[in-house]
Design a protein around this ligand. Structure first.
Ligand code: TRP
Length: 339
């Protein structure tokens, strides 16, 4: 992977929730499209999730669920490398090595850690580090390792993760400055998708769809559950017969994204003229989502079943990844004087 022609793109996915439509549009599809132009690596960052998830069944569930979602969405495990972070033991050895070349001050300035302290400050707590575990503090080092171990050229991330990729580059630089005569890490670059574009989707309250806003629409819910979520989306109380502004309502914006052009055009006309009510728009949106996602959901459910091929796929992916990580770690060990 390291010396061949194509550049490497690496995507890390933290398993901390059920996949929703916003993930699909904002993260999954753009990341999968990179597989056309890059040697693509995708992994489930289960040990990153451990900084916040303390329920073993839940961590296991999210890990499988996120893996199954990406596969159902079209991730091709033959054409890419797809694995669980925890299946790559080299990760944890390199984490220590890179911790030893990383300034503590760099971690003190990490956005996520600072935000945690700010919340403690606002809550009037005396100890600003209250509730901060070392995993949260070291999170950026582990993430740098994920990236550097796979020799990634580019890392597609949202704005919130940009600093972490910059840190990975800084940490690579620190190592290279010390040991570069024997071994140098490739210095990775972030790719940040432009926002406010095709990659963002409004949630049920009109704000960007995000787990933290509690405004998500699940990707693989059963029809009845999906219908219920859509029915609850707030709309105004303009009566069915009255003309309405289609673009004022999130249900229509979503229909525009997932409905067929015919249905969208007809719905727009009916809203503008009057005669189509929000209840009808919601029904059409639900139908559009079911039509689009039913085949994916079927694949998802097959993969989620106990004893499915999911676990084998991940183990096989880890074997593939370790063909890269094992020799890299050997070079690192040699460069630093271990072993
Ligand atoms: N921190 C990322 C997030 O919260 C997940 C992640 C872990 C990651 N390791 C990575 C992303 C390496 C890109 C590269 O979404």
């Amino acid at each position: 992977m390291s010396s061949t022609a194509r550049k490497v793109s690496l995507t890390g996915i933290k398993p901390t929730g059920e996949p929703h439509l916003g993930n699909y549009i904002g993260a999954i599809l753009p990341a999968l499209s990179l597989a056309d132009s890059y040697e693509s690596v995708y992994f489930i960052a289960d040990y990153h999730a451990l900084t916040t998830i303390r329920d073993r069944d839940l961590l296991r569930h999210y890990t499988r669920s996120v893996a199954a979602s990406w596969l159902a969405a079209g991730l091709d495990p033959d054409r890419t490398t797809f694995y669980r972070q925890s299946d790559i033991p080299e990760t944890f050895e390199l984490t220590w090595v890179l911790s030893c070349v990383t300034g503590k001050g760099l971690m003190n300035r990490a956005h996520a850690y600072k935000a945690f302290r700010d919340r403690n400050r606002e809550a009037g707590k005396e100890d600003l580090d209250a509730g901060v575990n070392m995993g949260l503090f070291n999170y950026p080092v582990l993430m740098a390792v994920d990236i550097l171990l796979m020799d990634a050229d580019v890392v597609p991330v949202g704005r919130d993760q940009l600093q972490h990729v910059e840190y990975a580059a800084d940490i690579a630089g620190a190592f290279n400055a010390l040991y570069g005569d024997r071994f140098s890490f490739k210095v990775p670059k972030p790719i940040v998708p432009d926002e406010g574009s095709a990659h963002t989707l409004p949630g049920t309250d009109g704000r960007k769809m995000s787990k933290s806003y509690g405004n998500t629409i699940p990707l693989f819910a059963a029809d009845a559950a999906l219908r219920k979520v859509i029915r609850r989306i707030p709309t105004d109380s303009v009566p069915v017969e009255a003309p309405k502004d289609p673009d004022s309502a999130v249900v229509f914006t979503l229909l525009e994204r997932f409905g067929t052009p015919d249905v969208v055009a007809e719905t727009r006309a009916g809203l503008v003229a009057g005669g189509v009510g929000w209840g009808e728009v919601k029904a059409r949106l639900t139908d559009a989502l079911i039509a689009r996602f039913a085949p994916l959901r079927e694949r998802y459910e097959t993969l989620m079943a106990p004893g499915s091929e999911l676990d084998d796929l991940l183990v096989h992916g880890a074997d593939k990844a370790r063909k890269q990580t094992r020799p890299l770690l050997e070079q690192v060990r040699d460069a630093i004087g271990i072993g």
